[in-house]
Design a protein around this ligand. Structure first.
Ligand SMILES: Cc1cc2nc3c(=O)[nH]c(=O)nc-3n(C[C@H](O)[C@H](O)[C@H](O)COP(=O)(O)OP(=O)(O)OC[C@H]3O[C@@H](n4cnc5c(N)ncnc54)[C@H](O)[C@@H]3O)c2cc1C
Ligand SMILES: NC(=O)c1ccc[n+]([C@@H]2O[C@H](COP(=O)([O-])OP(=O)(O)OC[C@H]3O[C@@H](n4cnc5c(N)ncnc54)[C@H](OP(=O)(O)O)[C@@H]3O)[C@@H](O)[C@H]2O)c1
Length: 526
């Protein structure tokens, strides 16, 4: 063997090792052409003949190894968040597996008559116009003739059509409940070698009866889209043991006629409290709606504000020894009520994350705060675990879509040649997550319960997620601003009304005009 041949062989061996190293440490989702380009850049300026050997070696390597293994991504939940996350993954060439414990899609929008374990009720109409409850690729409503505030069936139908149109429906494993999640700390995710793989265990019910089948698999990333309206939250009220009537939570509510002739107290006056009070008032003798935003009653000698048979009273402070209810010192009324309905919201829950999960995740009952999260999207330590839709007081569908785009941009970042935003290093993520968890949310003075509140702060978050995802452009800016304007308009119309009274804001029909960042609206009784 000549000296030249020996040196060429050594160089060849060296380059093969280099190639193996790069394949291991980069991502084997790099397209072969990208790999070739990188190797060439590293060698060609030194030795042209070496460069040609390299190219041959890589061609041989790529011929022997099939195309890179597809990324394995799981989604937990086929509600509005899970469906759009699946669609965004598909749009980026990744086919996910979706686990859904129900036998249908839609999550909260799957209405079941007389159910006591689902938050949806028969009379519900949306509190956002459908022109806001749409994903960007699949606009909804906007005919300017029919009401924008639609029924739960309409929303379910929209989600069903969306899932069908974009091929998401075929990816759902129905009747499959994820029971356990484990972080495989010693197994590298193929999406990013600094992330761990995630193992899921799930049970699939046999619709024909018989035993459920247990399965497990590991994934390069898992998107948690399990919703947060399944665990009823009830406040601790002093003297509750004295109460002689019935109690329930708004999650159990379906049919207002069961309150015929009763005196009913709704504790909590946001969306659930206001809607339930209005529906029930058509059957009940009297309804009290107890809410923090009740105006000061001192000016009215303690007399509550009233519309029809609904009285708006301050927060419920105690049940007295004789079972009457107190609403604090400013309210003169202390009624006896037949039923208390707690319209006091929900807690986050992740029953599949526990001590066995190798994961630090705090979700304390009553706190309504999940930590540690980076940008309220990624688990700060393990970004292979992402959460869609934790925030409240947002326009959910468009918000979920942008969150999904940000998450997916990081899952496929390893296959991008260059450019684009990427997650900061671990230390930075943990520091930011700690600060965010201790912030009390964006609105001063803040509270733990408001950590995930956004309201008027959501638009900046939308822009941020869009920039993370690299989807920000003029059209998107127009879209977000139009959403903001419609949201502000419909919210303003709603907030002027007596909660539990006539819901005239729902008789509006909106038409979007994104190009001019505006909208038209008109009253409509259809
Ligand atoms: C009563 C009510 C009215 C609302 N009205 C409006 C409105 O008018 N407009 C609006 O935009 N938003 C409204 N919302 C907010 C609504 O929650 C969001 O619009 C959105 O539908 C939430 O979607 P999600 O996918 O995050 O959660 P969900 O819809 O709750 O979906 C979560 C899914 O995950 C599944 N799942 C959970 N755990 C597991 C597990 N371990 N394994 C497998 N699957 C699992 C569930 O079965 C469910 O299908 C309302 C919410 C409620 C409760
Ligand atoms: N038609 C619709 O579209 C519709 C209907 C129902 C629900 N929803 C949606 O469902 C989700 C949940 O809404 P929600 O209304 O059930 O829950 P929520 O928004 O969490 O509101 C719970 C309310 O309970 C109050 N509360 C707690 N303890 C109280 C006490 N001791 N006395 C008086 N009030 C007390 C809270 O007041 P503080 O915050 O002041 O403590 C808060 O206003 C939201 O996304 C909502 O938009 C929509």
């Amino acid at each position: 063997m000549t000296a030249l041949n020996r040196s060429t062989l050594s160089a060849f061996i060296l380059l093969l090792s280099l190639l193996q190293l790069i394949q291991k440490t980069q991502s084997f989702h790099l397209p072969t052409s990208a790999l070739v380009t990188r190797i060439k850049t590293q060698t060609s300026s030194k030795d042209m003949s070496l460069s040609s050997v390299t190219t041959t070696a890589i061609s041989a390597a790529s011929a022997s190894s099939a195309s890179p293994a597809p990324l394995k991504v799981a989604i937990i939940g086929a509600g509005a968040a899970g469906l759009v996350t699946a669609r965004v993954l598909l749009r980026n060439g990744i086919t996910p597996t979706i686990f859904e414990k129900d036998s249908e899609i839609g999550g909260v929008w799957s209405y079941h008559c007389n159910s006591t374990t689902r938050p949806m009720y028969r009379g519900l109409r949306t509190n956002l116009p459908r022109e806001l409850m749409a994903y960007r690729e699949f606009p909804w409503g906007g005919d300017g003739k029919s009401q924008s505030f639609v029924t739960h069936n309409d929303v379910k139908d929209y989600l069903t059509r969306y899932a069908k149109k974009f091929g998401v429906d075929g990816l759902i494993q129905y009747n499959s409940i994820v029971k356990q999640l484990n972080v495989l700390v010693n197994e590298e995710s193929n999406a990013n070698p600094s992330w761990p793989k995630i193992k899921l265990e799930w049970d699939t019910e046999n619709p024909g009866g018989g035993e459920a089948q247990s399965s497990l698999d590991s994934f390069d990333a898992v998107c948690i889209c399990n919703g947060h309206y399944a665990a009823a939250s009830t406040p601790i009220i002093s003297g509750m043991e004295n109460f002689q009537g019935k109690t329930c939570h708004s999650m159990e509510y379906d049919d207002p006629s069961v309150f015929e002739g009763q005196t009913v107290l709704c504790v909590g006056g946001r969306a659930s409290g206001a809607d339930l009070a209005r529906e029930i008032s058509l059957h009940a003798k009297k309804v009290y709606l107890s809410d923090t935003t009740c105006p000061d009653l001192n000016d009215r000698h303690g007399e509550p504000l009233q519309q029809g048979n609904v009285s708006w009273v301050p927060r419920t402070t105690a049940v007295n020894a004789d079972s009457t209810i107190s609403f604090g010192p400013t309210c003169s009324e202390m009624p006896h009520v037949d039923t208390i309905i707690f319209c006091s919201g929900y807690d986050y829950q992740f029953p599949f994350i526990n001590k066995e999960s190798n994961l630090d995740l705090s979700a304390v009952t009553g706190e309504r705060r999940i930590k540690p999260l980076f940008e309220q999207l990624w688990h700060a330590q393990y970004p292979s675990l992402a959460f869609v839709g934790l925030q409240h007081s947002v326009v959910p569908f468009p918000f979920f879509e942008l969150q999904a785009e940000a998450i997916v941009s990081q899952i496929e970042a390893g296959s991008r040649d260059s450019g684009g935003w990427t997650l900061p290093p671990l230390e930075e993520r943990l520091k930011a997550a700690k600060a965010q968890a201790e912030s009390g949310g964006p609105k001063p003075p803040g509270s733990i319960q408001d950590t995930h509140f956004l309201g008027s702060f959501q638009w900046n978050e939308c822009l941020k997620y869009a920039k993370f995802a690299g989807v920000y452009d003029e059209n998107l800016a127009n879209y977000i601003e139009t959403n903001k304007r419609i949201y502000d308009h419909s919210g303003d119309q709603r907030k002027r009304l007596f909660p539990g009274g006539v819901d005239s804001y729902r008789y509006n029909s909106y038409v979007r005009d994104d190009e001019n960042q505006t909208f038209q609206v008109q009253k409509c009784i259809q």
